[in-house]
Design a protein around this ligand. Structure first.
Ligand SMILES: [Zn+2]
Length: 214
C-alpha cells in the first residue's frame, strides 16, 4: 500500500509540474532533471521499503527458526542424555515438530513409532507419513545421524519393540529385499507401492541402530 501511495504522489508531482501550476521551489529545475530526481527518490524509497520489509521478515524468521532449532536440539539431548535421559525432552521435540521442524518431526515420529503403546504408534505413523509424502525422510535421518553420531548412547529411553508393524512379515515381500542400512540412500527410492508397514519396520531398525538399541 505504502509503495502504491508513494508512486501516486510522485506521478502527481510530475503531472503538476507539467501543467506549470505548481508553486513548489523545485519548479525551477529543468524538466528532464526533475523527472529524474522524482523517479530516483521514488525508486530509492521503494527499495528502502522493500528492504525494510524483507529484513524485518527475515529477522523474524531467523528468531523463530532459531528457537525451534534450539528447542529441537535441547529436546534431543535431554531425551537421549547419557546415562540418564529426561522424558521432558520428548515434550520439546513434540513442540518443535508441531512448529514445523522436520528433523524434530522425524525424531518425535520415530520415538512414537518405536513405542509399545498402539495409540502412540498410530500418532508416530501420522508424522512419518507426512515426511514421506514430502520425500524428506532420508534427508532428515542423515541430518539426525550427523548430530547424534558423537553422542554417548544406550540410556534406556528407547526400548526395542519386538512387534513389527507389518503383521504378515513372514509372507510379505515388502521391504525385505531392500534391507540393510546403506542400501536405501535416496528419497526417490522410497517406493510407495511396497508394503507401507514393512517400510516403517525398516526405518525403525535404522533408528534403533542409530541409538545403539539392540
Ligand atoms: Zn509388509
Amino acid at each position: 500500500m505504502a509503495i502504491v501511495r508513494l508512486m501516486k504522489t510522485s506521478n502527481k508531482k510530475r503531472h503538476t509540474y507539467n501543467n506549470g501550476s505548481s508553486t513548489s521551489p523545485i519548479k525551477s529545475l529543468p524538466k528532464d532533471l526533475l523527472v529524474e530526481v522524482v523517479a530516483r527518490v521514488a525508486s530509492d524509497s521503494i527499495v528502502d521499503l522493500r528492504n525494510m520489509k524483507q529484513s524485518s521478515c527475515f529477522l523474524k524468521c531467523c528468531r523463530e527458526s532459531g528457537n525451534i532449532e534450539s528447542l529441537y536440539r535441547e529436546g534431543l539431548l535431554k531425551f537421549f542424555n547419557y546415562p540418564n535421559g529426561n522424558i521432558n525432552g520428548l515434550g520439546d521435540l513434540k513442540t518443535a515438530a508441531l512448529k514445523g521442524h522436520i528433523e524434530a518431526k522425524y525424531v518425535y515420529g520415530m520415538i512414537l513409532l518405536c513405542s509399545h503403546d498402539d495409540e502412540s504408534r498410530k500418532q508416530g505413523l501420522e508424522h512419518m507419513r507426512f515426511l514421506r509424502k514430502f520425500k524428506c525422510i532420508i534427508k532428515c535421518r542423515n541430518k539426525v545421524k550427523q548430530l547424534v553420531d558423537d553422542l554417548w548412547k544406550g540410556n534406556g529411553m528407547l526400548v526395542r519393540n519386538q512387534t513389527p508393524l507389518c503383521r504378515s512379515k513372514k509372507t510379505c515381500k515388502g521391504w525385505r529385499v531392500k534391507k540393510g542400512v546403506w542400501s536405501f540412500l535416496d528419497d526417490e527410492d522410497d517406493d510407495i507401492n511396497l508394503c507401507e508397514y514393512c517400510r516403517w519396520d525398516y526405518e525403525i531398525d535404522f533408528f534403533y541402530q542409530l541409538f545403539d538399541v539392540y
